[in-house]
Design a protein around this ligand. Structure first.
Ligand code: SF4
Length: 192
């Protein structure tokens, strides 16, 4: 019997919509905080990776593109990418870059630095993103949006590349959020 679909099976639409909205107004990037805080809260208070299993639209999106649209080569993911050293190394790198983004926001908040209307892809390539007027908010609010959208776009791009090269949900193997929530759950269960 076919499993009845629930609303949460369509979270991939929310993920795709999020990326599209960022093109129209970068301030929508703030909504991405939900995908950042909810899994953390669920693992801290619930001790489960329920977010990954049920609610993550990004995982669903890669699943859909790889399996339904056949955009994946369906090859095994290399061992180094699955290794603990790589996954935790990537998490540390990711969080360092995240802290750097927060620091840039702080500098704008302090007035030491001016707002940079760019989206940085793969932590390197600066794409001008100045077609929407963001003067309705204080500059640090806009700076955070540019930084956060850069993080979301970069991780989606990496996920798409690994989805095409390997299996559809290969990104989930080294996704910093997945590594972090898994680590939290393991610590929680060890201390029980
Ligand atoms: S590992 Fe990351 S992308 Fe995959 S389901 Fe979990 S949070 Fe989503």
């Amino acid at each position: 019997m076919k499993k009845k679909k629930s609303l949460f099976d369509y979270m991939y639409i929310v993920s795709a919509l999020y990326l599209v909205l960022g093109f129209f107004n970068i301030l929508f990037a703030w909504l991405g905080m939900i995908c950042f805080l909810v899994p953390l809260m669920m693992s801290i208070f619930g001790g489960k990776k329920g977010y990954c299993n049920k609610y993550c639209g990004r995982g669903q999106l890669f699943d859909l593109l790889g399996n339904k649209f056949k955009l994946s080569r369906y090859k095994d993911i290399p061992n180094w990418l699955k290794s603990k050293a790589f996954r935790y190394g990537f998490l540390i790198f990711f969080m360092t870059m995240f802290a750097n983004m927060i620091f840039s926001t702080y500098l704008v908040f302090k007035g030491t630095s001016s707002l940079k209307e760019v989206v940085t892809l793969l932590w390197t390539f600066k794409l001008p993103w100045n077609w929407v007027n963001v003067s309705m908010v204080t500059p640090w609010v806009a700076q955070f949006a540019f930084g956060f959208y850069s993080v979301m776009l970069t991780s989606t791009l990496l996920g798409l590349i690994t989805m095409m090269l390997y299996k559809p949900r290969s990104w989930c193997v080294y996704c910093p959020m997945g590594t972090m929530t898994q680590g939290i759950c393991q610590i929680k269960y060890k201390n029980k």
